[in-house]
Design a protein around this ligand. Sequence first.
Ligand code: FAD
Length: 221
Amino acid sequence: MSHHITLKKIELVTHNVLRLVTDKPQGYSFTPGQATELAINREGFKTKKRPFTFTSLPDDQELEFTIKMYPSHNGVTDELGTLKVGDELIIGDAWGAINYKGPGTFIAGGAGITPFIAILKDLERKDSLQQNTLLFSNKKEKDIIYKANLESWLGQDVFFVLSEEQKDNYTNGHIDKAYLADKNIDISKYVYLCGPPPMMEAVTADLYALGLPKSHLITED
Ligand SMILES: Cc1cc2nc3c(=O)[nH]c(=O)nc-3n(C[C@H](O)[C@H](O)[C@H](O)COP(=O)(O)OP(=O)(O)OC[C@H]3O[C@@H](n4cnc5c(N)ncnc54)[C@H](O)[C@@H]3O)c2cc1C
């Protein structure tokens, strides 16, 4: 079923990531970590649906999306950057397999943090963040989405990795097997993984090599 929603706020949260806030259709429901197909209600874009994750929570009065723009694609995310308050979007129902099953390690790359923003925000509101760790990989410091929120929620249990920048207080490189072993991933708990396809492939192989059972790996697949 499709729903028309109206943009109430649009702002940049990093140099290339937008925060969009819209009204919420009556009775619309989802679980933290889920996504929906979103299109822009403009000529030429109405049928161009792309998946985006809710970064608001189910009980919030509004819907929020956190979206990285790719100007080089000349696609939907580029067009989203031209929207103004009052413009309309079209969304479908919520779907998606990522949901919180219990404490563990969250591993994200870039905009792959969005399902974990919803899940961690939900845990924070329920005062249930204990025993969760986040490993978050980005190219540069300026690319890190909601860094201050993540630090305030997770304190010592959030670790940032930069692949294209050397900086104090950050690990330089990629999240690889050595890094995962160094972080002492507890494979008896859950691992939640979301990032670009090459990262998903590499980190999944590393996690299995470290002994993580398939049933403990939570991804969108
Ligand atoms: C379940 C799920 C949830 C998601 N949630 C979020 C979220 O919350 N936030 C977020 O930011 N992203 C999220 N994504 C990713 C998001 O869906 C994509 O970034 C988005 O679809 C890109 O749309 P686009 O139209 O801008 O570009 P695309 O649809 O990727 O590309 C448009 C066109 O550009 C060309 N193109 C494609 N790749 C390249 C390239 N590398 N270089 C040049 N041209 C290219 C192709 O011709 C393509 O048809 C999610 C993805 C999934 C699967």
